[in-house]
Design a protein around this ligand. Structure first.
Ligand code: THU
Length: 143
């Protein structure tokens, strides 16, 4: 079978997608009413999920992707091999600019970000296409 993500099996992706859709129900989005769930598959094959959390002081809220990454780091994960983002929206919900940067901290350019609706996969994007020429840990090396 041809896979669209190196290392991620069909079973991994099924778990990843289920986690993103399930955690979306926990989203705390009383202001935007826009609930998002995200899940990351780490290098060990573990899935970590998180939802968006809004705050009355609006800019203090954070995205589902940030929650999922924080869960991964807290569990000792350091490398992301696939991402899923679940939302119900007119346009497929791709990660915001800040989350693209956060994902790039832990994932390579070939990492696939799967964008999900409640029952369908609406798109799959390489992180390198979502964040071309991004600043990364390598830029901090002195020449
Ligand atoms: N949001 C996410 O959690 N992830 C995305 O990829 C896009 C936007 C959240 C932030 C905010 O709580 C709500 O969606 C509306 O922007």
């Amino acid at each position: 079978m041809r896979r669209n993500n190196p290392g991620a099996t069909a079973d991994n992706l099924r778990s990843l997608f289920a986690a993103a859709r399930t955690v979306r129900r926990q989203a705390y989005a009383p202001y935007s009413k826009f609930k998002v769930g995200a899940a990351v598959l780490d290098a060990e094959g573990r899935v970590h999920a998180g939802c968006n959390v809004e705050v009355a002081a609006y800019p203090q809220g954070w995205c589902a992707e940030a929650s999922a990454l924080a869960a991964m780091v807290a569990a000792g994960g350091r490398r992301v091999q696939a991402v899923a983002v679940a939302a119900v929206s007119a346009e497929p919900t791709t990660p915001c600019g800040g989350c693209r940067q956060k994902l790039a901290e832990f994932a390579g350019a070939d990492c696939v970000v799967h964008v999900l609706g409640p029952r369908s996969v609406r798109g799959a994007y390489r992180l390198g296409d979502l964040l071309p020429h991004g600043f990364g840990p390598g830029h901090l090396r002195r020449r």
